[in-house]
Design a protein around this ligand. Structure first.
Ligand code: CUA
Length: 353
């Protein structure tokens, strides 16, 4: 490279700076667009309608309103700050032979930009306290006890024998009180269309309450990272009329049905001859394990593997053949079963309605 004059070097420097600015702007545009795309892409749960924007309880409606006001305020902040930033970039951009006047300290400006955020924080705080008070329902007509496990939900109804997994039934338009604890690590109970999140903490009991306004099935999930299958720790909240709920609860409290089909009878033998009962209980048999889901009425449930599979015989068989292939890292060891035993066990378990 030959020697350059000062003028050439200056032009080249400006060219490089401009190129750098363009690359920076292009990168910024790509990042912004991909962020928007990610935000707008519904997750599988949202695709099922589980969005906080579609509330199905007074609790969720209150939370949605609060979210809306906060969004309004922060959008305003975003527009003002970005507007000032862009204006400054344009107005004070680097020009050849121009020195921007250097100023230090501006008491009025500093007072204003301290006061405005402080006022906004106070406003958001007041709105939040208001929402929290509205959410503090005297929920207690129906009590539910939920225990979080890696990676499934244990559900009990105090005063009854019913033990359910990954499915909570409640009557519509009644105050529901939920008591939450954990058997291992911290989890978080969340039904987006019904209310906010409440942590399940080992050695501690938390409470939440809600009232479900419309019958239906609502997607629930764990909202606190709790290990490998955190995303596979889901459940269904079934809101039904009072008569259906009572019938369901009465049935869930009963011991397991005795199988009659020969295939299922053989399946029961398989279950009881294997170590299954050390972890799982089937009420009415000698299987009394309590560290894995109670299977007394597993055939009646909507899902298998904590909301990750529909409860079909094909899925049940798939799960029993190799649970680790379906939900890697889960705590169920792979049962060593022949194809015949697999069919028998599937027949027995799906018959436990
Ligand atoms: Cu349990 Cu995340």
């Amino acid at each position: 490279m030959g020697p350059m004059s000062a003028g050439e070097a200056g032009t080249q420097g400006a060219g490089v700076a401009e190129l750098r600015t363009r690359i920076l702007l292009a990168a910024l545009a790509v990042v912004s667009l991909s962020t928007v795309a990610v935000l707008l892409t519904p997750s599988p749960a949202q695709a099922e309608g589980a969005s906080i924007l579609r509330p199905a309880s007074p609790n969720a409606s209150e939370i949605r309103s609060l979210a809306f006001y906060v969004l309004l305020i922060v959008s305003g902040i975003f527009l003002v700050v970005e507007g000032l930033l862009i204006a400054s970039i344009v107005r004070f951009r680097n020009r050849p032979e121009s020195e921007v006047p250097q100023t230090h300290g501006n008491r009025r400006l500093e007072t204003v930009w301290t006061l405005i955020p402080a006022i906004l924080v106070i406003v958001i705080f007041a709105l939040t306290v208001n929402t929290m008070q509205a959410l503090d329902l005297p929920g207690g007509e129906v009590q539910v006890e939920v225990t979080g496990h890696q990676w499934w939900w244990e559900v009990r109804y105090p005063g009854t024998e019913a033990v359910v997994a990954n499915e909570i039934h409640v009557p519509v338009q009644r105050g529901i009180g939920v008591t939450l604890t954990s058997a291992d690590v911290i989890h978080s109970f969340w039904v987006p269309q019904i209310g906010g999140k409440t942590d399940l903490v080992p050695g501690h009991t938390n409470h939440t309450s809600f009232l479900a306004a419309t019958p239906g099935r609502y997607h629930g999930e764990c909202a606190e990272f709790c290990g490998l299958q955190h995303a596979g720790m889901r459940f269904w909240l079934v809101v039904e009329d009072a008569a259906d709920f009572s019938a369901w609860l009465k049935h869930q409290a009963e011991p397991a049905a005795e199988p009659t089909d020969p295939q299922a009878v053989a399946g029961k033998e398989v279950f009881l001859s294997m170590p299954c009962g050390g972890c799982h209980a089937i009420r009415g048999t000698e299987a009394r394990g309590n560290i894995a889901p109670d299977l007394t009425h597993v055939g009646s449930r909507l899902s298998l593997a904590a909301g990750t599979l529909d409860n079909t015989s094909e899925n049940l068989r798939r799960w029993l053949r190799d649970p680790q292939a379906v939900k890697p890292g889960n705590k169920m060891p792979t049962p060593q079963l022949t194809n015949e035993q697999l069919d028998q066990l599937t027949a027995y378990l799906e018959g436990l309605e």
